[in-house]
Design a protein around this ligand. Structure first.
Ligand code: NAD
Ligand code: TYD
Length: 337
């Protein structure tokens, strides 16, 4: 049995990871430590919550005492760190909690993991640490770290710390840097779910700047399969870029969603640009492809349709987010246990 502390697994990517991995690997015993911020939603994990090899703990990765207690109680030998404040716009409005969770929280996990002699520590990072590209070129693992937003700078600081713990203490760390994800359970503040839900309710679709900023989109299941592979087979001390070579300007995605939902382009509203808005992200994922044999399995056309359909079929899930009722699920399910 592998006792794995998975942090932030009630959020978008972590919950998709758990819902798949618990079925596939019965040798994993997973402890999900999640603070349940606005982005943490236990309803994402309904299909997993009663599994014997799954445990939920509500708590903060910055709480050293709690983290140490969990390492001891569950004899943790592996860590996958998804927990983060993850939304760029929020980081522009207020950066403190980004540095607390993304930097200090990662430090608490690393220090505890070092003391408790973990066998692998996987840091889930982002391509945003590389900064912004012009019209040419791709991010490779050798691209210098050059973050531009409070969010990306906090993730970059964590990445540097993870590398330093490997270099200084020989800690068995691996880092993944993935491009923009989409799929089921994504919180509707991010571009794709926001556009789907606003279109369905006839609300305006805010397009920042000229709508020509480019992101490199990957389906969340492909990202999680790559994480699983890096966790099992990635070489310690290494960084692996993850991306599906699917660059698209924002306005193109917005029009595609409108077309699929048969809604009018009149909903599009160009608004003031995001301050410091990175122009283009694009990932070269040849290292993970050549070294570990990973490749994306879903085409964008197939997975975006699946994603839109998922939001159409799971109205209750997002209506409970909009009403705030999802925040009550913890009290209903766990407080009485
Ligand atoms: P998310 O915002 O949906 O979820 C974050 C989760 O972390 C939530 O469940 C939240 O409650 C939890 N959390 C926040 N602060 C915490 C704390 N102090 N202690 C414990 N738990 C805490 O984020 P996501 O989109 O699922 O991203 C997960 C990870 O993947 C992040 O590290 C992010 O930087 C990285 N990433 C995201 C993307 C993307 O497109 N979403 C792309 C590349 C990398
Ligand atoms: P987002 O989903 O916030 O991800 P990130 O900023 O981490 O890439 O935004 C994706 C792109 O969409 C980004 O270029 C900003 C843009 N955007 C809009 O134009 N309007 C919006 O309402 C949002 C949320 C994002």
């Amino acid at each position: 049995m592998k006792n794995i502390l998975v942090t932030g697994a009630s959020g978008f990517i972590g919950s998709n990871y758990l819902n798949h991995i618990l079925d596939e690997r019965d040798d994993y015993n997973i402890i999900n430590l999640d603070k349940l911020t606005y982005a943490g939603n236990l309803e994402n994990l309904k299909q997993s919550e009663n599994k014997k090899n799954y445990h939920f703990v509500k708590g903060d990765i910055c709480n050293g005492e709690l983290v140490d207690y969990l390492f001891q109680k569950f004899n943790i030998k592996y860590v996958i760190n998804f927990a983060a404040e993850s939304h760029v716009d929020r980081s522009i409005l207020g950066s403190k909690v980004f540095y607390e969770t993304n930097v200090i929280g990662t430090n608490v996990l690393l220090e505890t993991a070092r003391r408790r002699e973990v066998e692998k520590f996987l840091q889930v990072s982002t391509d945003e640490v590389y900064g912004s590209l012009g019209t040419e070129g791709l991010f490779t693992e050798e691209t210098p770290i050059s973050p531009n937003s409070p969010y990306s700078s906090s993730k970059a600081a964590a990445d540097m710390m993870v590398q330093a713990f490997h270099h200084t203490y020989g800690m068995p760390v691996v880092t993944t840097r993935c491009s923009n994800n989409y799929g089921p359970f994504q919180f509707p503040e991010k571009l794709i779910p926001l556009v789907i839900l606003n279109s369905l309710s006839g609300k305006k679709l805010p397009v920042y700047g000229d709508g020509m900023n480019v992101r490199d989109w990957i389906y969340v299941i492909d990202h999680n399969k790559a994480i699983d592979l890096v966790f099992e087979k990635g070489r310690v001390g290494e960084v692996y870029n993850i991306g599906a070579s699917n660059e698209m300007p924002n306005i193109q995605i917005i029009k595609l969603i409108l077309q699929y939902l048969k809604k009018s382009e009149d909903l599009i509203e160009y608004v003031k640009d995001r301050p410091g808005h990175d122009r283009r992200y694009a990932i070269d994922s040849s290292k993970i492809q050549n070294e570990l044999g990973w490749k994306p399995e879903f085409s964008f056309e197939q997975a975006i349709e699946h994603t839109i359909e998922w939001y159409l079929e799971n109205k209750q899930w997002w209506q409970r987010i909009i009403s705030g009722d999802y925040l009550k699920y913890y009290n209903l399910q766990y407080n009485k246990r």
